[in-house]
Design a protein around this ligand. Structure first.
Ligand code: RIB
Length: 314
């Protein structure tokens, strides 16, 4: 994992504020989070051995985030503690029904430079899979993806938060995971664009596997241009924070076999992609049933059991 680590400040409200509006919420809680940290833990809870390369500040939030990752057996050899920088902060409002709004103050995450990857190069090139999101500088993601691709390591990119991506990054990505807003931004289309149209356009980015996540509506998997509907189980959602991260981490935890089959053009390739996707869908759904980011990430047994009830649609 090359990615962000944050402390999340979460407040529950009856409804999310509109622009310019103030709403009163309940008391706030703090949870370790950040898309990089969340996805690292999600993969680890599903059995992957995970190392994270990222930056925290030398402050109480940073110490708590580090402690949370130690508890999950994440390899922190390349976690940098940056003096004089604050640990990233996620300012999160969660509404009844689980919907959320998030503003991130990147803090130390913004200082993760390509040069910081040098001491960690062996960890990247010896990995099965590299996972990236868009909460650290883009030049760092480009450098990590290039190194991974040169070494034959699969590269998964969760293009969140939404932004346009440079070709230098996209050409080294094997799997792109985006929600509707992120996909629309990438393709220069309106946010309310029909997911079917997005699915047709996303493969033009040249990434072999694209997953469009659609929340409670499931998602669409497009592997080598073959679109498939991804189901999601019905659950009682209380907090959707971290659901996308649970999805990405779960997918990453199973991608090694897909990557090997894809490289070998093995006939099991499509089945393996679908199995990994169903596990990811189950993990995402389970994460919505609990509060917090890392705190909400599911364990292996419950995820595998729920995934076994799902079937990919045509
Ligand atoms: O995806 C959820 C995460 O986004 C939160 O943990 C927050 O820190 C932001 O990174």
């Amino acid at each position: 994992m090359v990615g962000s680590l944050n402390m999340d400040l979460v407040v529950r409200t009856a409804k999310l504020p509109r622009p310019g509006e103030t709403v009163l919420g309940g008391s706030y809680r703090t949870y370790p989070g950040g898309k990089g940290a969340n996805q690292a833990v999600a993969a680890a809870r599903l059995g992957a051995r995970v190392a994270i390369i990222g930056c925290i500040g030398d402050d109480p939030h940073g110490h708590k985030v580090r402690a949370a990752l130690v508890e999950e057996n994440i390899d922190l050899t390349h976690l940098i503690t940056r003096e004089g920088e604050a640990t990233g902060l996620g300012l999160i409002a969660v509404a009844e029904g689980g919907g959320n709004m998030i503003v991130v103050a990147p803090g130390a995450n913004a200082t993760l430079k390509p040069a910081d990857l040098e001491p960690a190069m062996t960890a990247i090139t010896a990995a099965d899979t590299l996972v990236l999101q868009m909460e650290v500088p883009i030049a760092t993601n480009v450098a990590a993806a290039e190194a991974a691709r040169r070494a034959g390591v699969a590269v998964l990119l969760n293009a969140a938060p939404a932004r346009v991506l440079p070709v230098e990054l996209l050409r080294n990505v094997d799997v792109l995971i985006v929600n509707r807003v992120e996909a629309a931004m990438l393709m220069g289309m309106p946010e309310d664009v029909d997911p079917g149209r997005l699915t047709l356009r996303l493969p033009t980015l040249g990434v072999p596997t694209v997953l469009l996540t659609l929340g409670a509506q499931g998602g669409i998997l497009s592997h080598k241009g073959r679109p498939r509907r991804v189901p999601t189980p019905h659950v009682a959602a209380v907090d959707t924070v971290g659901a996308g991260d649970a999805f990405c981490g779960a997918l990453a935890s199973r991608w090694k076999r897909v990557h090997e089959a894809t490289k070998a053009r093995h006939p099991d390739e499509f089945t393996l992609v679908e199995q990994a996707t169903l596990l990811a869908s189950a993990a995402g759904a389970l994460a919505t049933t609990r509060s917090g980011a890392i705190a909400s990430l599911p364990r292996s047994d419950e995820t595998i059991a729920l995934a076994s009830t799902l079937k990919i649609g045509s």
